[in-house]
Ligand binder design. Sequence first.
Ligand SMILES: Nc1ncnc2c1ncn2[C@@H]1O[C@H](COP(=O)(O)OP(=O)(O)OP(=O)(O)O)[C@@H](O)[C@H]1O
Ligand SMILES: [Mg+2]
Length: 220
Amino acid sequence: MIELIDVWFRYSNRGGWVLKNISISFKPQETYIVMGANGSGKTTLLKVAALLYKPCKGKVLVNGENFWELDKSRRLLLRRKVVYVHERPILLRGSVIYNIAYGLIIRGIKADEAVWRAERMLNELGITYLANRDSKSLSAGEAQLVSIMRALVLEPKIAFLDEPFAHLDRQKRKKLVELLELFRSRGTGFVITTHNDVVLKGLSIDHTFILEDGRLIKES
Ligand SMILES: Nc1ncnc2c1ncn2[C@@H]1O[C@H](COP(=O)(O)OP(=O)(O)OP(=O)(O)O)[C@@H](O)[C@H]1O
Ligand SMILES: [Mg+2]
């Protein structure tokens, strides 16, 4: 579980606060939605919760451990249990299958096994036809799906997905919702940002949060 306690964040000392006194917790096997206008702080909140940004004030606890006070090796270990998928995905040079398998390979999984797991992901999403395509040749929606696949193949405890539906057509959105539900049934928690809740049709949502100018104003 990841818990933010009284978190404040700003990008520079002269800039204004982007997150203001946020307390929120995220658990595996639950789905959280974070909504809010452009610039309200959604991406920043996800990056703090995904253990990428250190808050300026407040604490981030991971299963009760104060993350930013731990030593580097412990932090690395805990960080490997979560993934953050960027709103504008950046892929590696090379094929789609390589992109998806790469994270497993650097975690010490043998190449054969990594490729097999990557193929299984593509299969679950019905996009095996993309396996050997060069990552540079993908459309925005295809690249978005591949970046989500390469994160989920790592079987994270919590996946932070920033605008995962943004470039997807209706059919691909439906496929992605099915895949998220499948992973959730296996234990993954999801924290998803969106401007538009229509795209979430079919997704079982446990909690909805709304950010307004860096403050959490409503939850259900
Ligand atoms: N790297 C940065 N340096 C300085 N300011 C930043 C940086 N990234 C974001 N900001 C500012 O922080 C505020 C919150 O940005 P953030 O990206 O978290 O919003 P968001 O809710 O994700 O917006 P969007 O819906 O457009 O993705 C904005 O005012 C933004 O200009
Ligand atoms: Mg954003």
